[in-house]
Write a protein that binds this ligand. Structure first.
Ligand code: ADE
Ligand code: ZN
Length: 337
């Protein structure tokens, strides 16, 4: 099963590039940029990754991002992720970046954007991994600040598929960002939003009704609202679920209590993703693996998750069809042998 998962063609749709910063690279970049870290060693960093909830994670995550200073740092970060993704047969990836966590500390929007974008271009050439960028607004900041970020992104809008909404969910509902999402859609962006990770099902409804999202990031608290579940199934609005993240941030007490299998078996277009892999102990294959063993997912269910990942992507229909055919062939062969 481990090998089956590793080699399975898959898409990753919920990945914060800043969340792929491995402790080793954190030290390397701190040295390169002459930055003092509050840690003595890699093992001390790992010890600090012991989270009580989303907020306690975000403090450490934003602190880690401070070592990212030059275009080259963003390039190296993204390249390291792509190497890992290629080794796990990720064929397509849709990557969030948080410009505000960089511009707010004096790093130009272009510095982050260009480094990430160039690595994605090179990743397509070297590994054949297609990719899309999603500009994510930090929801603990104001809508005006999100508008300013959107304005900075407009010259590059043809290279970004969507806008998203992340950071501290509780108390920062999607409704706070309705107008900036309206503007983003008018400019041609698709929309997604983190909702129902820690926040209530009402936030998922708001993301759908007010922000007109194509997908919900996380969305696991939809389980508390039967009408919402019916709606997600009927409209096939995908959920980008992140199993290891949810356990690390105490959304579920253990992987055995995760609702991924239930969501999938209700007919929801659930997908598996890694969120912030360097902080939560695993990339996409480890997420599939952890969910598979704790929830006893069958090969058929793993196959469905991989198909959903392409179905839920922002790829054009022909590419979706081609990649889903690859999944069909891979699973057909793998199940027979
Ligand atoms: N930023 C990075 N990871 C996040 C998550 N899981 N939820 C909200 N904001 C995030
Ligand atoms: Zn996330």
């Amino acid at each position: 099963m481990k090998e089956f998962i590793q080699n399975l063609p898959k898409a990753e749709l919920h990945l914060h590039i800043e969340g792929t910063l491995e402790p080793e690279m954190m030290f390397e970049l701190a040295q390169r940029n002459d930055i003092d870290l509050p840690y003595e060693s890699v093992s001390q960093v790992k010890e600090a990754y012991n989270f009580e909830d989303l907020e306690s994670f975000l403090d450490i995550y934003y602190q880690g991002s401070q070592v990212l200073q030059q275009e080259r740092d963003f390039y190296d970060l993204t390249w390291a992720y792509l190497e890992k993704a290629a080794s796990q047969n990720v064929r397509h990836t849709e990557i969030f970046f948080d410009p505000q966590s960089h511009t707010d500390r004096g790093i130009a929007f272009e510095t982050a954007y260009r480094g990430i974008y160039q690595a994605l271009q090179d990743g397509k050439a070297k590994f054949g991994i297609s990719s899309q960028l999603i500009l994510s607004f930090l929801r603990h900041l104001s809508q005006d600040e999100a508008f300013a970020t959107l304005k900075q992104a407009l010259p590059y809008k043809d290279t970004m598929v969507a806008v998203g909404l992340d950071s501290a969910e509780q108390g920062n509902p999607p409704s706070k960002f309705k107008e900036v999402f309206d503007k983003a859609r008018a400019e041609g962006f698709l929309t997604v939003a983190h909702a129902g990770e820690e926040g209530p099902p009402e936030y998922i409804w708001e993301a759908i009704d007010l922000l007109k999202v194509s997908r919900i990031d996380h969305g696991v608290r939809s389980m508390e609202d039967p009408k919402l579940l019916d709606y997600l199934v009927e409209k096939q609005i995908p959920l980008t679920v992140c199993p290891l993240s949810n356990v690390e941030l105490k959304v579920f007490d253990s992987m055995a209590k995760h609702n991924l299998k239930q969501l999938l078996n209700l007919g929801i277009c659930a997908t598996v993703n890694s969120d912030d892999p360097s902080y939560f102990g695993g990339y996409i294959a480890e997420n599939y693996q952890a969910a598979q063993s704790a929830l006893d997912l069958s090969r058929q269910e793993i196959y469905q998750l991989a198909k959903n990942s392409f179905q839920a992507s922002f790829l054009p229909p022909e590419s979706k069809h081609k990649l889903i055919t690859e999944v069909d062939e891979y699973c057909g062969l793998a199940i027979e042998t």
